[in-house]
Design a protein around this ligand. Structure first.
Ligand SMILES: Nc1ncnc2c1ncn2[C@@H]1O[C@H](COP(=O)(O)OP(=O)(O)OP(=O)(O)O)[C@@H](O)[C@H]1O
Ligand SMILES: [Mg+2]
Length: 274
């Protein structure tokens, strides 16, 4: 499934480390089946270098099976948001580096791609108008008018009650706005959710409710989710596999229950301090 990009970019490509990654590769490939169309995303040698010549991503390689929750953790500035943004072309990756259902995403209609690959940002941004207007926005672009009941159901799914329907963005807390943004994203019936620290502004109860929604979406709709989180506990609760990103490289791929087995020195340090 995931693997570190190649030998030369690992700091210490010990045999033991390689075995570790390969074992997980095989296990998850079996879960996804032999059919390459089971891979929702394939990322190949994804590299980003700033105009000033500073490397941000260094040859990321990742295969993301359909219907799994992938957790991405790593220090601030390691490139987590940049990877997420590459998956729906908020940052345009080089051609031949990111494939969605087998197609190079650079060849796809970008608006259609963003409908199918929904994203929640670290800080939610709502459009003008009411909460209901926000939820209706995406389907309306495609000529579909959501009924009041459908809007209400989406709001409920995102852990908000009907009193929010007529409120505007400036009447909401950050955590409430984040939940509206989730409802708005789900209104587009995405196949993939890209979540950038989606619960960092939520209280523990709301966090748990949103986590329950993510697990339910996976079970009932086969949703594929890529979630950046600073909370190791959250990753352990809902992710099927965890990717550790350090300085633009995937240095470890682990099962959530085995995070303490991380071998990369930076990964160990990060986990100890988290
Ligand atoms: N447009 C840009 N131009 C130049 N450098 C950028 C740009 N966007 C991001 N960076 C740099 O790329 C690196 C990775 O940024 P990114 O936002 O992906 O990190 P992150 O892992 O999401 O961090 P955090 O946990 O703080 O959100 C950082 O060093 C950042 O300063
Ligand atoms: Mg970020």
């Amino acid at each position: 499934m995931f693997s570190a990009p190649n030998h030369q970019v690992l700091d210490n490509p010990q045999d033991e480390e390689r075995e570790h990654l390969v074992a997980l590769d095989i296990e998850l490939a079996e879960e996804a089946g032999e059919d390459e169309h089971q891979w929702k995303f394939q990322i190949r040698d994804l590299t980003k270098i700033t105009n000033a010549g500073v490397p941000i991503l260094k040859g990321i390689k990742m295969d993301i099976p359909k219907g799994v929750v992938i957790g991405i953790i790593g220090p601030s500035g390691s490139g987590k948001s940049t990877v997420l943004r590459a998956l729906n072309r908020l940052w345009e990756p080089p051609t031949g580096t990111v494939f969605f259902d087998g197609d190079d995403i650079c060849d796809l209609d970008v608006l259609n791609l963003r409908r199918r690959v929904g994203m929640l940002f670290q800080l939610p941004a709502l459009f003008e108008g009411t909460v209901a207007d926000n939820i209706r926005y995406g389907p309306q672009l495609r000529g579909k008018k959501l009924t009041d009941i459908e809007v209400y159901q989406l709001l409920t799914l995102a852990d908000l009650d009907s009193s929010f329907l007529d409120k505007t963005g400036d009447e909401l807390s950050v955590g409430q706005a984040q939940r509206v943004a989730l409802a708005r994203t789900l209104a587009n019936e995405p196949e993939v959710l890209l979540l950038d620290e989606p619960t960092s502004a939520l209280d523990p109860i709301s966090t748990q409710n949103i986590e329950d929604v993510l697990v339910k979406l996976k079970k009932t709709r086969g949703m594929t989710t890529v979630m950046v989180s600073h909370s190791i506990k959250q990753i352990q609760r809902i992710a099927d596999v965890v990717c550790l990103l350090v300085s633009g490289e995937i240095v470890e791929v682990l099962k959530p229950s085995e995070l303490s087995d991380a071998k990369h020195p930076m990964a160990q340090r990060f986990l100890q301090l988290s």
